[in-house]
Design a protein around this ligand. Structure first.
Ligand SMILES: Cc1cc2nc3c(=O)[nH]c(=O)nc-3n(C[C@H](O)[C@H](O)[C@H](O)COP(=O)(O)O)c2cc1C
Length: 224
């Protein structure tokens, strides 16, 4: 089984998002999965210009011959795709959004309807699973509502939404214990998904564990 993660944080390997991805993939790897993470900030990805050449003139092939060719191959090779992004302005970053837009050569110009939802059919039916990973700087869960809605179309088998995300990049001794405890739950989730194909409710609930109370977090940020 192969887990492939795409991190849309501009901070790449230094990002809080990457700390979550790394823990998640470590758990998957320990359970025997092959893992790979792509830092989208390191790749040249032109912006989709919406020409639909990849549908109607050269089906499956984009007009741009950039690093997306390699990333599309990686995407297609995955059994589990992890989309990672911090929350920027209540949404995924432009880096991840552009990457997702550039997946359109894998979609066909055929609309699939499921109840009130409409999406495009894949050109090649895939049995992939999807995981959404995000962190945000504020306390509160509402910051993830746009990302959650955006990824609902791929019916993710797991969503990891970490508020108070600034803690993940902190070197302060006082928060290391709670950050490690949180990351060990993330690792557990990766292990479960790789070994039994699903993550149990208890682990999912633990992923939402508070790391600090809101007043403590605001003091930690120096923004109280
Ligand atoms: C341009 C910009 C917009 C942001 N918008 C939000 C936001 O809407 N809500 C929020 O909670 N945090 C917001 N943040 C804070 C980031 O989500 C936070 O710093 C996060 O931990 C960065 O993650 P990373 O290290 O993975 O890049 C924003 C940060 C930037 C730079």
């Amino acid at each position: 089984m192969k887990f492939v993660a795409f991190n849309g944080s501009p901070s790449g390997t230094e990002s809080a998002t990457n700390r979550i991805i790394t823990a998640f993939l470590a758990g998957a790897s320990r359970a025997g999965a092959e893992t790979k993470v792509y830092q989208l900030a390191d790749y040249q990805i032109e912006q989709c210009k919406g020409c639909f050449t990849c549908w109607f003139q050269t089906p499956g092939t984009c007009v741009f011959h950039d690093d997306m060719e390699q990333l599309l191959r990686a995407y297609q090779s995955a059994d589990v795709v992890c989309f990672g992004s911090p929350v920027f302005s209540w949404n995924m970053t432009a880096l991840l959004k552009n990457f997702v837009d550039r997946l359109i050569p894998l979609k066909s110009p055929i609309i699939a309807q499921q109840e009130e939802r409409f999406d495009l059919e894949d050109t090649v039916r895939r049995e992939q699973k999807y995981v959404a990973i995000s962190n945000c700087g504020f306390p509160g869960e509402n910051n993830f509502s746009v990302i959650q809605e955006a990824f609902s179309c791929c019916n993710p088998c797991l969503e990891i939404y970490r508020n108070c995300g600034k803690l993940l990049r902190s070197k302060q001794e006082s928060v290391q214990g709670i950050v490690s405890k949180y990351l060990s739950v993330v690792e557990q989730a990766g292990g479960e998904l790789a070994s039994v194909g699903t993550v149990c409710e208890e682990t999912k609930n633990n992923l939402s564990m508070p790391m600090l109370s809101t007043p403590e977090y605001l003091r930690f940020l120096g923004m109280a």
